[in-house]
Design a protein around this ligand. Structure first.
Ligand SMILES: NC(=O)c1ccc[n+]([C@@H]2O[C@H](COP(=O)([O-])OP(=O)(O)OC[C@H]3O[C@@H](n4cnc5c(N)ncnc54)[C@H](O)[C@@H]3O)[C@@H](O)[C@H]2O)c1
Length: 180
């Protein structure tokens, strides 16, 4: 069998490319806690202006106020439920009107947990889909227009759609399997 030497691996186009966030405007959904909040803080350290958007009103407002005190004029809170097209559209409009532009979006809002496929009602599963999947679409649709108009767009999605396991509540016992 012929073996071919493919030579050294070529680096991807983005490897080694410094990410410049200074003075950019970034919208982060689910920014009140966890990965979203950590990303908000990192962006602020890099010199970004951040719209921290979240369903959790009091936590989001408190975190944005704390961070805006550390980075004056660079962090605002916008309440949003990503299951609402109206709220998502208003969130993007608020970001653009507050900071004058929008350069990037971290589509991070989502819920995890377990949705047992053998016992969950439609409403539970559809709620997860509406937040983790449809919500990502709503935010992207609202944000891409202003970003394209500027000629520059960057978007990242925390894979929330996969953050929820859909599986049987209890694996079948050996005896049950034998009876199938
Ligand atoms: N932590 C993990 O191991 C993991 C793994 C896979 C995927 N994810 C996904 O990454 C994202 C962040 O995870 P995390 O661990 O930081 O979660 P987290 O629960 O700490 O943060 C999620 C944030 O999203 C907000 N949110 C929930 N529903 C919302 C809605 N309808 N509208 C607006 N905001 C809403 C919550 O209020 C919360 O602040 C989530 O989408 C999660 O599903 C996380």
């Amino acid at each position: 069998m012929e073996m071919r030497c493919r030579g050294p691996r070529r680096p991807s186009w983005f490897e080694g490319t410094p990410i410049r966030l200074q003075d950019h405007v970034v919208l982060i959904t689910g920014g009140a806690s966890g990965i979203g909040l950590a990303t908000v803080e990192r962006c602020l350290r890099e010199g970004t202006r951040v719209d921290l958007a979240d369903l959790a009103g009091s936590a989001g407002m408190a975190e944005a106020a704390r961070l805006d005190a550390l980075y004056p004029g660079r962090c605002v809170f916008v309440p949003v439920d990503v299951t609402s097209t109206e709220q998502v559209d208003a969130m993007v409009e608020t970001t653009v009107s507050t900071f004058g532009r929008l350069d990037g979006v971290f589509n991070n809002a989502g819920i995890g947990g377990i949705c047992p496929a053998d016992s969950s009602p439609d409403a539970d599963f559809l709620r997860i889909i509406d937040i983790n999947l449809n919500g990502v679409f709503r935010v992207a649709r609202a944000a891409l227009g202003p970003m394209y108009a500027q000629g520059r767009a960057a978007s990242s999605t925390a894979p929330p759609s996969w953050g929820c396991s859909v599986r049987a509540a209890r694996p079948p016992t050996r005896r049950a399997r034998a009876g199938w």
